[in-house]
Write a protein that binds this ligand. Sequence first.
Ligand SMILES: *Cc1c(COP(=O)(O)O)cnc(C)c1O
Length: 390
Amino acid sequence: MRTFDDKGLSTRCVHAGEWGDASGSPQTPLYVTTTFAFPSTAALLDVVEGRKPGNLYTRYGLNPTIQALEEKLASLEGAESALAFTSGMAAETALFLAHGRGGIVCVGDAYGGTLELLTQQLPLLGIKTHLVLGHELQRLDELLAEGVRLVFFETPTNPTLEIFDIAELAARAHAHGALLAVDNTFASPVNQQPLAFGADLVMHSATKYLGGHSDLTAGALMSSKALLEPVNAWRKNLGSMPAPETCALLARSLRTLVVRVRQQTAAAQMIAEAMADHPRVARVLYPGLPDYPGHALAAKQMSGFGAMLTIDIDADAQGTVAVVDRLRLFTLAPSLGGVESLVTQPVTTTHHGMEAAERRRRGITDSMVRLSVGLEDADDLIADLRQALA
Ligand SMILES: *Cc1c(COP(=O)(O)O)cnc(C)c1O
């Protein structure tokens, strides 16, 4: 067991993977170097041939700044091990190539890049991929019986905040010897820990809450050493290792992860409640609202309901654009999870390239507005939404 594994999440955020140095730094320093020197050929071969742990070459991840970050990342999801990547998509690509070659099924709606990778690119390599929406879950068992090896999903999903039962889907996958991987980007480890509910692997776009300041692009996978070993081989030769500078910046951000996400989550709840009562809002999609369809399930597997919400405005497409363009504190920009609140319309961003009929099938309307709640005062954010809706 690592030193901080029995401690609370905030303590792990601050202390896990902080190895200090000979000069007394309380943190792991930033090693801006691509290679590491050895006193002898024998010492070099000990590391190259795996007899001793050691630093070697930064692209292999054998750099203390990267390894320290990975120890912190693993600790946050209660995982044995973790791998850092240049982006969330790089993490997904390595995951799919290592564990999805026997077929992948993606349950529910997913990030646009994920859908593109699954439907446009992996099939070019002969990898069979399947998309199963929440109301088609009976197809999952058929696909598993046909030999699909990897089940992948987000919960809550983007942008409709659909909640999937991690424990139930893990049991279904495992009954057929398949693996279950969860994209935990929306919830963050503060609000949901999928490995504790039976998931085999957790993936993050660290660009979002883990980074938290809209100033770095990175990804992460957390799992057992055994499951990450083949993923690491792909990462190494795809070359999708983040720079030590990015790893140090991400470690810096993770030290404040819990306070950020708890505050953002509390503000999202206040905004969801205020919007639910607003006459120009037709529907609020937020798992923290008691009458939300996924509320009970979210309460079972999440420790907080997250800081992402979608409001369906009582307006046509043009009227919705007008509301979005009147917002002042919410910045119109893709992405999420940063300290500044962001607004997007699924039809103009994440689901822009999709046929209108397919969007309808996924429950995505022209009047939906997705909010990523930042660290501004909730009252100011509510006032901004009210003036834009007025
Ligand atoms: C942003 C995002 C990704 C992709 O991450 P990048 O860091 O942009 O590559 C994957 N999944 C979800 C849910 C995301 O929000």
